[in-house]
Design a protein. Structure first.
Length: 290
């Protein structure tokens, strides 16, 4: 893998990389399309990373369909599909030696998934060493993950550009995820409530509400009407530090995690005040560029 990337770079090509855990869907494919715009060579990896799963999580049952993934990569004309074995990524056992930023990792999903982000930073670091990309692509669906990877790249001076792709959704709004496969018909029908809750929050903000607690109360009250849904967390945070915000003044993230039956799903939305009047009537000067 490394030799391939290096030879491409010697030919003056810009190498783009999309790391995945496979079971490819339109969320992944949209990252391929984004990569095509920003790189000459598209490398995709499929690796179900054991160290980012907790002991009671779904590592064993995580959907794996390599032949389907392979043909999707061929159809999308990926230049290289990187399929490392567990022993190649973890020759010394399932250690996590690249620590995620402790502050970012203590927020949101970090609370209910201890060690998860150390697993993510370790695997991404090792994949980056093998692939040596110029630019790598991550979905906003896993917003916290993308921020943590970005920080890991800065802290380790890897010099890799990180770009984020938009959340890709089903027609009814449910964010695409390999874990949606676990949902039965009744759960699938209720799962759209996550997206509807985000929409409800966006509506509240557009109508002038800026107090996070009031928005979150509405979100919780709405979700509590769905018997198959149990909220793990719903928080409004700063977009860069993930610190909870009592009040929305400029941009903010609303991040949501909820169990639908036994399946834990995440979703999020960003409140934007770019060029619009903020709830307080002041114009927002700060802009966020990904
Ligand atoms: P995964 O295979 O779930 O580890 O995801 C691989 C990459 O695809 C990560 O950067 C995810 O954030 C991204 N991704 C997964 N689902 C979506 C989605 N619905 N929209 C956009 N990106 C996604």
């Amino acid at each position: 893998m490394h030799a391939y990337s290096c030879s491409q770079k010697r030919d003056g090509k810009r190498v783009g990389f999309v790391p995945t855990m496979g079971d490819l869907h339109h969320g992944h494919l949209s990252l391929f399309d984004l990569a095509r715009k920003h790189a000459d060579i598209l490398v995709v990896s499929v690796f179900v990373n054991p160290t980012q799963f907790g002991p009671r999580e779904d590592f064993d049952q995580y959907p794996r369909d390599l032949e389907r993934d392979r043909s999707m990569c061929e159809e999308r004309r990926c230049d290289a599909l990187f399929l490392p074995e567990i022993r190649e990524i973890y020759p010394n056992g399932l250690e996590t030696d690249i620590q995620a930023d402790p502050v970012l990792a203590s927020r949101l999903c970090g609370l209910s998934r201890p060690g998860h982000f150390d697993g993510v930073t370790t695997v991404v670091y090792r994949l980056f060493k093998a692939v040596a990309p110029d630019v790598a692509f991550f979905g906003k669906k896993d917003f916290q993950q993308a921020l943590i990877v970005q920080k890991m790249v800065l802290d380790n001076n890897l010099g890799i550009e990180i770009k984020m792709g938009n959340i890709i959704r089903e027609a009814d709004g449910l964010a695409r995820s390999s874990r949606n496969r676990y949902l039965d018909t009744a759960q699938r029908a209720q799962a759209i409530a996550l997206f509807q809750a985000l929409e409800l929050a966006q509506k509240c903000v557009k109508e002038g509400e800026s107090q996070a607690s009031r928005i979150l109360e509405k979100v919780s009250a709405f979700l509590s009407t769905f018997p198959l849904i149990r909220i793990d967390y719903a928080q409004i945070t700063d977009l860069q530090t993930l610190t909870p915000l009592p009040e929305i003044k400029e941009q903010a993230l609303l991040a949501l995690a909820a169990f639908v039956g036994q399946t834990r799903l995440i979703d999020n939305t960003v409140f934007e005040f770019r060029g619009e009047k903020s709830p307080r009537g002041t114009r927002c000067e700060r802009k966020w560029h990904w």
